[in-house]
Design a protein around this ligand. Sequence first.
Ligand code: MG
Length: 312
Amino acid sequence: MRFEYVWLDGYKPEPSLRSKVKVGEFADIWSFDGSSTQQATGDKSDCILNPTSEYYPGFVMCEVLNADHSPHESNTRVNVPACDDWWFGFEQEYFLYKDGRPLGWPEKGEPRPQGDYYCGVGTENVIGRDVSEAHLQVCLDSGINITGTNAEVALGQWEYQCLGVGVGAGDDLWISRYLLHRVAEDFGVSVNLHPKPQSGDWNGSGMHTNFSNKEMREEGTEQLMTMMCTRLQSRHKIAIANYGSDNHKRLTGKHETQSIKKFSYGVSDRGASIRIPLATVENNWHGYLEDRRPASNADPYKIIKHIVESVT
Ligand code: MG
């Protein structure tokens, strides 16, 4: 069988995805040269790949261990607290790029202003749908719970939504990003996860994170949801430190964001840090909350850790 081992390297502030192919009978631990990924020095270069989740047909998400099998310092997955009854729905936004600019943008200047592109149809209004569709199909085949896709507000910008359980939600999101990069290779385009790749009157890219635990879903009350928002407020600075680099360029208070310097929450409020969905209120406050602060380049393991630790 052919396995594609995927892991996160030691680059900062965000890690990059790496992979290599292993031919064998089953997915067991493996090793790689950590001196080429900023995870080890040349004289002690071996790092270990420990499989955490497997996806059809042979994609393997791995965590990185040191040679003595202790967690490597770049391993953020190991810090996620137990959260098996938690659901996380990530809304991953991204730009497709070609020749150093967003796909479909002219060589000089900008396309016409935002307005027609969001959920647009027709060659004048949308570009890159073949990439989004191919990625969706690959994710569905692999067993990842992708729940939707859409063309986003800027030309060349797209989104998909990915729902997972516990720490596995982080594995799923990382593999979905990996598959997106791989699919984009086939189309000769690249994926840009920067939260504000184009300055000016253009939306940035976020990764809104919808979350719930069993108590919220089954015994939620207005008091419980408000208490959770208040706890998240008290740790706002820590959140920002964990929600992706360059996020201040995106969280400006414009383009459906709250300013990075402020914290607010509200029912149905897309200009708030935390949105309380109308569906949650209408379901007698049973349901989920949406943290709108995470950037598109954020590490989902860090987001999960922050939310679970903040509200419990
Ligand atoms: Mg969106």
